[in-house]
Design a binder for this molecule. Structure first.
Ligand code: TK8
Length: 335
């Protein structure tokens, strides 16, 4: 009897669900969703999750199609395609948005967040949402932050255990002044390049090293062309899921709601998946032959001191209040 009641309840729930899907105003839509990493990466898995979730919510009407490996362009190229309406969605680093909204550079200042919990609270809270709000005027709708992760250094020259070891190392950084200033002040020779050119630049030794979260070092196979990994966790790097405002403005309220709900679900999935993957990535990289250096807290403290010019410059160029506000929000979470 209980079984029959349960089956009935499920049937009714399903009927209700499909009735609400049918009643809702969804048009058949193809969403080109571009991203920089491989399909088999935390980024790729989360794009797939989003696509599946959105299809479920809309009875298959809204179809997101993932384009991996920057096949639609680098982060900045995709941002411009979204603004122009030539592409619907993307996910990429907040760091590459600074040409459009300078304030996003505040996340790139080193050693701000101590852990993921602090980052989640600030990004999902009023501070993170305020920055997202600034994209609207520029033709972009920011939906949610995903985790790229704490960034670590790799290179081919020698182990980096202290600041002096970075001297003269040609290090690829993202196209973002905070990163350029930071690594130059560490003594490296910072070379800004789009991510889509990075593997080749490492392979041909155009640069000696790069910095990215361990998940990306794994999924982009940087272990094939890099020998030394230093666990520095110098910056917590967010990804941001973006929509073309031009396209968004033409959607029905139901369509917008479905996308927002799928984005929120994908955020929760992505953070959990990334954190699980990160716990295994260092061992994987060791197995692949990378030599891992744990950088001491004392050395990280010296790096933090050295990075002061990057803070000062960001502050003097109009970012002083923003830094204070962000530090205030982090302090609130620490209490
Ligand atoms: C992927 C990039 C990547 C970032 C970088 O498109 O460029 O180093 O960490 O995740 O956004």
């Amino acid at each position: 009897m209980k079984k029959i009641v349960n089956a009935l309840a499920i049937a009714l729930a399903l009927a209700g669900l499909s009735a609400s899907v049918q009643a809702a105003d969804y048009k058949p839509r193809i969403i080109r969703f571009g991203y920089g990493l491989a399909e088999d990466s935390n980024q790729g898995r989360a794009v797939k999750f989003f696509a599946d979730d959105l299809a479920k919510r809309t009875g298959g009407k809204m179809k997101a199609k993932g384009f991996a490996n920057a096949s639609l362009g680098s982060d900045t190229q995709m941002q411009n395609a979204l603004i122009g309406g030539a592409q619907e969605m993307m996910v990429g680093s907040t760091a590459t948005l600074v040409g459009i909204v300078k304030d996003f550079g505040v996340y790139d200042l080193p050693f701000l967040f101590n852990n993921e919990k602090e980052a989640d609270a600030v990004l999902d809270g009023p501070f993170g949402q305020k920055l997202i709000g600034k994209l609207q005027d520029k033709g972009l709708v920011g939906l949610v932050y995903w985790e790229n992760g704490f960034r670590n250094l790799t290179n081919t020259k020698h182990p980096v255990a202290k600041l002096e070891d970075l001297q003269g190392i040609k290090l690829r950084v993202m196209q973002n002044p905070v990163y350029i200033d930071m690594f130059n002040s560490f003594g490296a020779n910072a070379v800004p390049l789009p991510f889509s050119e990075l593997f080749t630049a490492l392979e041909t030794k155009t640069v000696d090293g790069q910095e990215n979260p361990v998940n990306t070092i794994q999924s982009s196979k940087f272990y094939e062309v890099q020998k030394y990994l230093s666990l520095t966790k110098h910056v917590y790097s967010p990804w941001i899921v973006l929509v073309s405002k031009k396209w968004w403005d033409g959607l029905s309220a139901d369509e917008k709601k479905a996308i927002q709900e799928s984005a929120a679900a994908s955020r929760d999935f992505e953070r959990k998946d990334s954190r699980e993957a990160a716990t295994k990535a260092v061992d994987f990289l060791k197995q692949k032959g990378m030599q891992v250096t744990v950088v001491s807290d004392a050395e990280l403290g010296r790096m933090r001191e050295k990075a002061k010019p990057a803070f000062d410059k960001f502050a003097s160029e109009g970012g002083a209040d923003l830094i204070k506000e962000l530090q205030g929000e982090i302090a609130k979470v620490r209490k």
